[in-house]
Design a protein around this ligand. Structure first.
Ligand code: HEM
Length: 418
């Protein structure tokens, strides 16, 4: 990887004849026109510079994610060197065993307990935001003040670690995320990522030791007491899972909250509707996930060649399933660029299964374990925010600018509270 237009090869490439490459800088600015070209002209195609196959139509993305011949064993370019083998990269029996002890930790009583934590954290963050707005002329950034902080605080709470340490996790997460999204292999980011991983593990080690002998009900205790084939999970696997969660639960939900808020602020009638009836947030959330998925690309590999509805992927290929392109496929969603909070209004309760209408939590055996938790963060978090900030609107002249390739969301959300 690394050749192509982004690296200065534009004179050799006629973009009108060449399938778009994910390494083109246009993808980070606005992928949707390129996704359309891919769906229409190159639905299953090799991305030469990236050395991967791109799959963009809804029907193909869904088929690939649901088919075990598309495996996750080498998931992500950077995940294994960072956190070892996590549930994201497991398949078969090992994957099923991990899902079976992890799933209850994200459902039922655990979720009820976490909902209370979401409410408290959101209220604290909003009070802080309002105080900062009073000091700073009424304009604040919802990314920095809210979206970025709530999901990490929730992950830390779920693990049963002190929420006062959330700022430390915030730093590790930022370094770790720069590492994981570093598909151009910048060595400085790699080094910073690995040293932040070492700091995270040094922090976690005494907690892991304590949970081994005196477990509680938190997720860290679940990991410390789980057994697979009669053996406990080794420490590095427990800690690798915690590290992976900062991205899987933090980064994703952060970006989802940003896009939800941007969509509401951009559609005053939708904002007024959810103010009048916060129950409508569920529909606005799923519609945001469809139209502006936080995770744009889900990676797989093939062992053998596999035929998808629109074409063949050869064996031994890395496959980028373009969830962001699938959510805007007009063959699946009419007028797909339009934000319509009622479009999937009957979907929210199906979003916890692979039968959901959108693919933004994946599909099939790796379907997101945290989808209900993320929904709770969106519903409770945004309801709390809106209730406390009745005058919330864009700061004068501000327009959100979306950015990011593997994950995507507005970079800033400058709002006025006056
Ligand atoms: C898996 C998206 C929130 C934990 C996934 C996958 C996607 C996804 C696309 C499937 C990956 C694949 O098939 O390879 C999202 C989005 C979220 C979100 C868009 C928020 C809007 C969360 C939260 C947590 C979480 C809050 C936990 C705190 C996980 C885990 C997996 C996963 C552990 C791995 C499941 C497996 O491989 O079997 N997520 N996620 N996610 N997610 Fe989420």
């Amino acid at each position: 990887a690394g050749a192509g237009r982004g690296a200065g090869g534009s004179e050799e490439v006629d973009p009108s004849l060449t399938p778009p490459s994910l390494l083109w800088p246009e993808f980070e600015r606005d992928p949707y026109p390129l996704y359309r070209r891919l769906r229409e002209e190159f639905p299953v195609v090799r991305d030469e510079p990236l050395d991967a196959w791109l799959v963009s139509r809804y029907v193909d993305v869904r088929a690939a994610l649901s088919d075990p011949r598309f495996t996750s064993r080498n998931y992500g370019w950077q995940l294994a060197p960072m956190f070892g083998r996590t549930v994201l990269q497991m398949e078969g029996r090992e994957h099923a065993a991990h899902r079976s002890f992890l799933t209850p930790a994200f459902r039922g009583r655990a979720l009820t307990w976490l909902r209370a934590a979401i409410e408290r954290t959101a209220a604290d963050l909003v009070a802080d935001l309002a105080a900062r707005a009073r000091r700073g002329g009424g304009v604040v950034d919802l990314v920095d003040g809210f979206c970025h902080r709530l999901p990490i605080a929730v992950v830390v709470t779920a693990l049963g670690l002190p929420v006062a340490d959330a700022p430390l996790f915030q730093e590790w997460y930022e370094a770790g995320f720069s590492y994981l999204s570093n598909y151009r292999q910048d060595p400085a980011l790699l080094e910073r990522g690995l040293s932040s991983r070492d700091e995270l593990y040094a922090y976690l080690a005494p907690y892991v030791a304590r949970r081994r002998v005196a477990p509680g009900r938190d997720l860290l205790s679940v990991l410390c007491t789980a057994e697979v084939d009669g053996a406990p999970l080794p420490d590095d696997m427990v800690m690798g899972f915690c590290g992976m969660l900062l991205g899987a639960g933090g980064e994703t939900t952060d970006k989802g909250l940003r896009s939800l808020l941007a969509n509401l602020l951009d559609h005053p009638e939708a904002l007024a509707a959810v103010r009048a009836d916060p129950g409508g947030l569920a529909g606005a959330w799923v519609e945001t996930l469809r139209r502006d998925p936080p995770v744009q690309v889900v990676l797989r590999q093939t062992g053998e060649a596999v035929d998808l509805p629109s074409g063949r992927v050869p064996g031994g290929a890395t496959v980028a399933c373009l969830v962001g392109a699938a959510g805007r496929d007009p063959d699946r969603f009419a007028d797909p660029d339009r934000f319509d909070a009622s479009r999937l209004a009957d979907e929210p309760d199906r979003q916890f299964t692979a039968a959901a209408g959108h693919l933004s939590f994946g599909a099939g055996r790796h379907f997101c374990l945290g989808s209900q938790l993320a929904r709770a963060e969106a519903e409770i978090g945004v309801r709390t925010l809106l209730a406390a900030l009745p005058r919330l609107r864009w700061a004068d002249g501000f327009r959100p600018r979306f950015g990011g390739l593997l994950t995507r969301a507005p970079e800033e959300l400058l709002i006025s509270l006056r």
